[in-house]
Design a binder for this molecule. Structure first.
Ligand SMILES: [Mg+2]
Length: 252
């Protein structure tokens, strides 16, 4: 009896050791915004610019109001409640309403998106990290966003050529966490073994839940060090994207 229990514990112990030491990933699927790219900084800069253009002095309250509205709209989009087309300007309509500002939501939104597309706010860790990973893994960028914002900013940031594939939801008509997004990505990569793929991202819903539901290992970047939803269980949790090297057992 004791022997059987010991064996059970040993099996669990060894399976955990093996899981911890996994080094057999071949494909790293990186999210972009707030994973490799400092979206918070870029958003603040773009919003400040557009508010100034509309003769409104930028404040932290404005930023927090916009973030809340934007996040709620993206969640509705990711849950399939609104279309990408609706998402595009709804955020600005709601924001202008919240500020009681009489401005055109389309012009406001277009200028904001243009400023976003022109910014190149990578995290300082990003390029050294990609340099370290390049050659050891196939790097794939998986991003929910608008093509006219994401493509230019990836190019401007200088990281375009690190990636074997760049998949942007707006271009394919389906977003993370939906299986169709991952189906498209897998198709582009000639259907790799799912066990060879690790998804890395900051968003528990689109990146982590999306990856888990597709049968992939996931690494959650808990950028803002928040308490996490126990219902969604990433395989790994890190607080700085550089820590992915520890997950992969790579030296700096
Ligand atoms: Mg993100």
């Amino acid at each position: 009896m004791l022997r059987d229990l010991d064996m059970d514990y040993l099996c669990i112990f060894y399976s955990e050791i093996i899981a911890c030491c996994r080094m057999d990933y071949k494909y790293l699927f990186f999210d972009l915004d707030n994973t490799l790219y400092d979206f918070d900084a870029s958003e603040k800069m773009a919003l400040g610019h557009v508010l100034t253009e509309n003769n409104v002095a930028f404040s932290e309250d404005h930023l927090q109001t916009y973030k809340k509205i934007n996040k709620a709209c993206w969640t509705r989009f990711e849950n399939g409640e609104i279309s990408q087309e609706k998402l595009r300007y709804l955020r600005y309509e709601l924001f202008l309403e919240a500020l009681n500002l009489d401005a055109d939501a389309v012009s406001f939104g277009d200028l904001y998106l243009r400023k976003l597309s022109e910014s190149a706010c990578l995290f300082p860790e990003t390029v050294p990290l990609l340099d370290r990973l390049q050659g050891n893994f196939e790097l794939v960028l998986i991003s929910n966003g608008l093509k006219e914002v994401q493509r230019p900013k990836i190019r401007k940031s200088g990281i375009y050529d690190y990636f074997k594939e760049i998949v942007i939801s707006d271009e394919i008509g389906v977003a993370k966490p939906h299986a169709g997004f991952f189906d498209y990505t897998f198709e582009k990569l000639n259907h790799p073994d799912k066990e060879k793929v690790l998804v890395i991202g900051d968003n528990l819903n689109s990146d982590i839940k999306g990856g888990i539901n597709y049968g992939l290992d996931t690494c959650w970047l808990n950028l803002h060090k928040t308490n996490y939803d126990q219902k969604i269980q990433p395989k790994y949790i890190i607080e700085n994207v550089r820590e992915i090297l520890d997950v992969l057992n790579l030296d700096v």
